[in-house]
Write a protein that binds this ligand. Structure first.
Ligand code: FES
Length: 146
């Protein structure tokens, strides 16, 4: 299985690893197939994600996609972050092997879960803003772990 240089770089030197103690939103998602877990913390000022950190208990591709996803939403508006797809994260990493596509789904879901938490803390129902949250990546047809 060949990984791009960017995947290897973000796996070996992941950006934005850690926690934000006074986070405005925290999202935790898990993949029921492989058991990997991703937790994402965001700070929001107005409509802008000013800081983001993550912890991933998972495979190298999950770490690389979390790292790239945090880089792609840092300093962006909530609207822009909500539009970030796992496909865009994969493209930014110059691709992932097909068997690892589901790992990038975890990164997209973690961002959405953190934003849902952000809205819930403000007393706003996030369903219509963020969309329905799924517990795992069962909707993803690319997974070949079965
Ligand atoms: Fe579980 Fe990659 S996220 S194998």
């Amino acid at each position: 299985m060949a990984y791009s240089e960017k995947v290897m770089d973000h796996f070996a030197n992941p950006r934005n690893v850690g926690e934000i103690p006074d986070a405005d939103g925290i999202g935790e998602v898990g993949n029921s197939k492989c058991g990997d877990i991703m937790k994402m913390y965001i700070k929001v000022d107005g409509n802008v994600i000013t800081d983001v950190k993550f912890k991933t208990f998972g495979c190298g591709a999950a770490i690389a996609t979390s790292s790239m996803a945090t880089e792609l939403i840092k300093g962006k508006t909530i609207d822009e972050a909500l539009k970030l797809t796992n496909k865009a994260v994969m493209e930014a990493l110059d691709g992932l092997p097909p068997v690892k596509v589901h790992c990038s789904v975890l990164a997209e879901q973690a961002i959405k879960a953190a934003l849902s938490d952000y809205y819930k803390r403000k007393g706003i129902d996030p369903t219509h803003i963020v969309g329905a949250q799924t517990e795992d990546c069962d909707h993803c047809t690319s997974c070949t772990l079965d």
